[in-house]
Design a protein around this ligand. Structure first.
Ligand SMILES: Cc1cc2nc3c(=O)[nH]c(=O)nc-3n(C[C@H](O)[C@H](O)[C@H](O)COP(=O)(O)O)c2cc1C
Length: 186
């Protein structure tokens, strides 16, 4: 048997939402995506294609339509459902197994990423319609979960302050609440 190593990998895996700008080695990204092939899958039908992304533009656009994407990943694996093929098997779009297999696929890739020393975070809080369009997916294929991938950053690092303070009935580009209250009309 494998001893305690697999259990230890399961135990120590944690989501990481603070990622550095260090790119993910393309070979590692491929390994993570390939690991999806080993996920348990209902009837072994494999109706969950996985898309690998490592270009900055698509990652930036994805982040704009994903409120749940706190991390700034340098790569991502997007787990989709091929509803067209699912219908050919006689499944309705809401069939639970289709979504359960998204979970098994994601869990397997998260563990693979951890085994390779990569930081990862699953995200389901995003606009599916927008993601499908910006990823150029076929009409019957839809993104279900984004696995952010990267290298762990410094969780203590201060994130840049973007924008200003907004108070009821007013708006300012100032970064200081004091400046803002001076200009406020209340
Ligand atoms: C289906 C699912 C959806 C999730 N969606 C998000 C998300 O949108 N944003 C996020 O930051 N984390 C998301 N997570 C990560 C969970 O918050 C995280 O797994 C949980 O807090 C436990 O932390 P751990 O995985 O480090 O043990 C999601 C996890 C799952 C399983």
């Amino acid at each position: 048997m494998l001893g305690g190593e697999v259990y230890e990998a399961i135990r120590s895996r944690r989501v990481t939402r603070s990622m550095s700008m260090q790119p993910v080695d393309p070979a590692q990204l491929e390994q993570v995506v390939r690991s999806a092939r080993y996920a348990p899958n209902a009837g072994n039908r494999r109706l969950q294609p996985v898309l690998a992304i490592d270009d900055a533009r698509h990652l930036r656009l994805l982040r704009m339509i994903a409120p749940g994407m706190i991390a700034r990943p340098t790569a991502a694996a997007v787990v989709c459902i091929d509803f067209g093929r699912a219908e050919q098997f006689g499944f309705r779009r809401e069939t639970a197994g289709l979504f359960i297999d998204v979970g098994t696929t994601a869990a397997t890739m998260l563990l693979a990423a951890h085994a390779l020393g990569l930081a990862a975070c699953p995200v389901t809080s995003f606009s599916r319609v927008a993601a499908d369009r910006l990823l150029g997916l076929d009409p019957d294929v839809s993104a279900q979960m984004i696995i952010c991938l990267g290298h762990a950053g410094d969780p203590e690092a201060e994130p840049p302050l973007i924008g200003g303070w907004v108070r009821a009935g007013s708006r300012s580009d100032s970064a200081s609440p004091r400046d803002q209250s001076a200009g406020a009309d209340h």
